[in-house]
Design a protein. Structure first.
Lengths: 379, 379
DNA sequence: GCATGTTTGTTAGTAAACCTTACGAACATT
DNA sequence: AATGTTCGTAAGGTTTACTAACAAACATGC
């Protein structure tokens, strides 16, 4: 019953005023127990009571519900080296639910997978989009989702979608130029068609969620993706920053240099004119002997764009995603150097930049994290 | 009983795992009713039920508690132009509680006041600090607070403090150089000494809360204060951004130009070297004929520092605080121009910079907003 | 060996919070 | 005057988490 949030989501369609009913408190406490067991497996009911502040009686009741839902299992008792009755250990069962994840961010290609609650991939599938856009692209997405749902071995907790473009709180794609989508109610349509909970998020936002959920990222984190363009996902206090117009993270069109190259967006000297994969490859091919210098120059520009943000938000971790042969070398080193020089202060820790360890699965894993977080309250 | 959050705060000392008990849900719903009445006075119980999704029965119960606490009053019935029984209108009573606010941000001076729940000042008091620091400064703060509490005409809901320096979640001042405070448990000591709820926040963070609560500011907002130094408070999705080391908003030490003037912080070309009040006055006095150009130059630098942040966070509102003769003119215009040029995009609204309408009371009103928000859940 | 103390998890009963159902009061309309 | 609508309240039920008490299972001390 824990995942039955449909009534609740229905009550809060627009993130408006939030009432709390007894059942909402119950769900919160169920999530809390589950989160505690994710953070530290092999806890007893008494341990959970001590950590959460709830009584052992209440914990027993909550755990019983989780066991009935097959989300938690008893895993033996402690070897008795202490006085008192041995404790029965509890652990999360990650193998009783599946999550279907879709990544729409690649050009001309849909990627999808079936994942366990821990982010292990069970099945994978792709679909060539060709030049399909608009309604045809939607049909392909829905079809791929249905195929993956059919392939799942366990009950599907929900479907997560990471898409390029701007996404509002209802999961509608406001604008995604590559797919020619405008105000497409992706979440609602998929949920109706698939009869499952569906959650849609911008690809960069999904990716930063993945860094936190599956790569031990902290609560304050920026993840920059270097692909055809440059985009970022921001996590502040564990929450994704969406911004006033759902356009947060648009670091690609931050102006670095008034006198820089014109950008299709109309401004001059946007970060993207230095840092996108096509522009980098072009510069490296044009002068192979100075390829490293081109990468370092791009890294410095990235550092210049990031430093004010890092300084203002006081965050210490930046993760870069993109082709490792481009990102993990002079580019990363130069960006790190600039950011360190410009943000160093006695009042705060050092800022670390690193390459993402999630490879090309970041968006898919982010979709998994999104579903897990909303359906189970676990992040 | 609504303000009796002491037990609750005691349960959550470090913002750790949050359990939900029935009483927590009740408090949430009481806050929701109160917030609705703040947003729109003259609502009936039935109106509240429709807006919150709670039943009329529950709303009646909640309202009865608020009336018993003298936080809400019935204010007549609707003129009957509709069928059905006329509705009894409800409104917030802002005159039954006082809030004591303290501003420690001015050099050598403590400012304080007694305020209504709506932010109307009832009493004011100041205290000259002279060169007092450390324990002497604390004693003066506690003394001023006690004096204001004694002057209050209504029960005091709590004491809010806006202080320079970094403040952690427990209200301890980690470091405030001007006052020579290090790890001073300000909130805890004042609460014990005054026997009232006390809430401490960084001055810039308090000020941005005030813009939202008392100057109709939006949920995403940056407020930049130009004084001896330059600091900012950030509001994202209605929450204050504190950062990993409680050092968010340090825009004064964002590096604008590597080759710039050395800054006491050790870096070169920090924003503060152009934009602080002392440095501005100095430049204007040095060449009075080009005073406007000095202001415009500072404004451009501010725009350069703000643009990446605004672009990344996708926020549309920036409020400037500081001496109007410096801020409200060429400086503001130049900053507006740079920010507009660098952040304009089809995907988002225009960014507006404006001078704060709160004058020198911003921090005090922020302390009021802080107490009101934590004690009553109203913002 | 056996009593004692400790820790775990459960049972029984209670208080709080919100819900559904039902009803009287007060109004406009027919 | 009868009917329908809206408002607020009353009564009773369900859910949730609490306190108190207890049995089970262990280590320790005599």
């Amino acid at each position: 019953m824990h995942q039955g949030r449909s009534t609740n989501s229905h009550r809060h369609p627009g993130g408006g005023p939030r009432t709390t009913r007894p059942e909402d408190g119950r769900r919160n406490n169920l999530s809390l127990v589950l989160q505690s067991l994710y953070d530290e497996p092999q806890l007893s009911r008494a341990d959970l009571a001590r950590r959460t502040g709830l009584t052992r009686v209440t914990i027993s009741d909550l755990v019983a519900e989780l066991i009935a839902d097959a989300l938690v299992a008893e895993t033996g008792t402690t070897a008795g080296s202490r006085p008192g009755k041995p404790a029965t250990m509890l652990s999360v069962r990650a193998d009783t639910r599946d999550i279907v994840a879709l990544d729409l961010s690649a050009p001309r290609l849909l990627t999808g997978g079936v994942y366990s609650l821990r982010g292990d991939q069970r099945h994978a599938a792709q679909r060539d989009l060709g030049t399909a856009t608009g309604e045809d692209a939607y049909a392909a997405v829905a079809d791929l989702a249905a195929q993956l749902i059919a392939a799942a071995d366990n009950p599907v907790l929900g479907v997560g979608v990471g898409t390029p473009g701007t996404v509002d709180r209802q999961g509608s794609v406001i604008a995604a130029p590559n797919l020619a989508w405008h105000n497409l109610a992706l979440q609602q349509r998929l949920a109706t068609q698939l009869d499952l909970p569906v959650h849609v998020e911008n690809d960069a936002n999904a990716a930063v969620l993945a860094e936190r959920a599956f790569a031990a990222g902290p609560d304050n984190l920026i993840r920059v993706q270097i692909s055809r363009g440059v985009g970022a996902g921001l996590l502040i206090a564990g929450s994704v920053v969406t911004g006033t117009s759902a356009a947060a993270g648009e670091i690609g069109h931050v102006v670095i240099d008034y006198a820089g190259t014109p950008c299709p967006c109309g401004k001059n000297g946007c970060l993207e004119t230095w840092l996108s994969v096509p522009s980098l490859r072009e510069r490296m091919a044009a002068d192979p002997d100075r390829a490293d210098e081109a990468l370092a120059e791009a890294g410095r520009r990235l550092g210049i764009a990031l430093s004010p943000v890092v300084g203002m938000l006081d965050l210490n971790d930046i993760v870069l995603g993109g082709p490792a042969d481009l990102v993990d070398g002079p580019l990363l080193a130069a960006a790190q150097e600039v950011v360190t020089d410009r943000t160093h202060s006695d009042f705060r820790g050092e800022v670390r930049l690193r390459l993402s360890s999630l490879g090309s699965d970041a968006v898919l894993l982010g979709a998994v994290a999104l579903v897990r977080r909303i359906q189970l309250g676990v992040s």
